[in-house]
Design a protein around this ligand. Structure first.
Ligand SMILES: Cc1ncc(COP(=O)(O)O)c(C=O)c1O
Length: 382
């Protein structure tokens, strides 16, 4: 095999020196405090069997999609799934993408135009930032959840009435687990006339009635320009959707490159999305309630053990305990793992230097004993 070019090799060496080299591990049978499978749907036999039934009932017995959705890949489960999503999430239209990464690339790479301005929260997910890097619009970050900073930047950066301003944030932040003030953000969007885009990757299935997400809980879903949902987290499946107007859907079908130039999801993936949503509709309330109880228990234990100063405040399923330094956070994670708790260290440069952390993800299926034992052990370790 050919050797790596020198500049590439150097980047790898730097990772090693900074103690942040990544490698692939094998899934463990430890107590799950790290997966995005918030409701346990990924291993639900009921969803698995229902997906099978859907494929049979709809007579879509194929292994692959055979092409892009614009060519031969738009099998009939897509229409069924998108209608279900529009109904469940009270949207005019839903368009399924192959992943959340693709959805963010496809939206930001095609919708904001040259001369427009995009403002994104400084802690926005990499897929949002990568999507923005494909856009010809000018992009600027605003301080995390800081609406005053956002307002000042909009007033300074909007050149004239033709400048469209897009603001993007997350309904639950993937690393900090906190939630922006969506009502205030919506009021600001009306006052300053900007288009709001909300990534709901970590809020769908977690927050609100049957996990419909905080926007629907607040009755604000029709007022945002676009919502990005992903199905690889609480839905336990794969794929994503952009929710918005019928015109936005039509535009994306015509211009979004990550939608057009890729093979569509195979029928069984789309059947799994439908089955997972049906399950959320019928059994979701109970699971979301169980998750919510665990979040409450986790937070009360954090206070009881005097760990509040270490954790970023969160009422979602994601809880981060800041342990600065890659070496230090890896050590604590290894000790927790040794005792059977699968908690992942998040290293810089994934998060800023000094903000390295243990990221706890809570689930409907974690037992109170698991939550309590993991936190007691953490308290002893730090
Ligand atoms: C906020 C956010 N948006 C988008 C994505 C990408 O979603 P997917 O895993 O479906 O590509 C993620 C995944 O981690 C995420 O956390």
């Amino acid at each position: 095999m050919k050797k790596l070019p020198l500049k590439v090799e150097k980047r790898l060496q730097l990772r090693k020196q900074e103690n942040s080299l990544r490698s692939l591990g094998i899934c463990s049978d430890m107590v799950d405090l790290s997966s995005n499978d918030y409701l346990g749907f990924s291993s639900s036999l009921a969803i698995f069997r229902q997906a099978e039934r859907i494929l049979q009932d709809k007579d879509v017995l194929k292994n692959g999609a055979t092409g892009s959705r614009l060519l031969t890949g738009n099998h009939k489960l897509y229409g069924f799934a998108e209608e279900y999503l529009s109904d469940f999430h009270n949207a005019d239209a839903a368009l399924i993408f192959n992943s959340g990464y693709d959805a963010n690339l496809g939206f930001f790479g095609s919708v904001p135009q040259k001369g427009d301005v995009i403002l994104y929260d400084e802690l926005s997910h990499a897929s949002i930032r990568d999507g923005i890097s494909l856009s010809k619009a000018q992009a600027y970050k605003f301080r995390h959840n800081d609406l005053q900073d956002l307002e000042e930047k909009i007033l300074r950066l909007r050149k004239n009435e033709e400048t469209e301003v897009y603001v993007v944030t997350e309904a639950v932040f993937s690393m900090d687990g906190d939630i922006p003030d969506l009502r205030a953000l919506m009021e600001l969007s009306k006052r300053l006339n900007f288009l709001l885009v909300i990534d709901e990757a970590h809020s769908t299935g977690v927050i609100g009635t049957r996990g419909k997400g905080p926007l629907q809980e607040l009755g604000l879903e029709k007022e945002v320009f676009a919502r990005i949902l992903t199905f690889g987290k609480a839905l336990g499946a794969h794929g994503a959707a952009i929710l918005g107007s019928k015109e936005l859907e039509q535009y994306l079908i015509n211009f979004s490159r990550s939608f057009i130039y890729t093979t569509a999801l195979p029928p069984h993936s789309v059947a799994t999305i439908i089955a997972a949503y049906q399950h959320l509709n019928s059994e979701g309330a109970e699971k979301v309630e169980a998750l919510s109880k665990n979040i409450g228990l986790f937070n009360s234990q954090v206070v009881k053990l005097g760990l509040e100063n270490k954790f970023i405040k969160s009422t979602s399923a994601v809880h981060s305990c800041i342990i600065p330094g890659n070496e230090a956070v890896k050590k604590v994670a290894a000790k927790l793992q040794k005792q059977g708790f699968d908690v992942k260290p998040i290293l810089s440069p994934t998060v800023p230097e000094g903000k390295e952390r243990l990221r706890f993800c809570l689930h409907s299926y974690n037992t109170p004993q698991e939550v309590q034992s993991a936190l007691s052990l953490l308290a002893d370790l730090i």
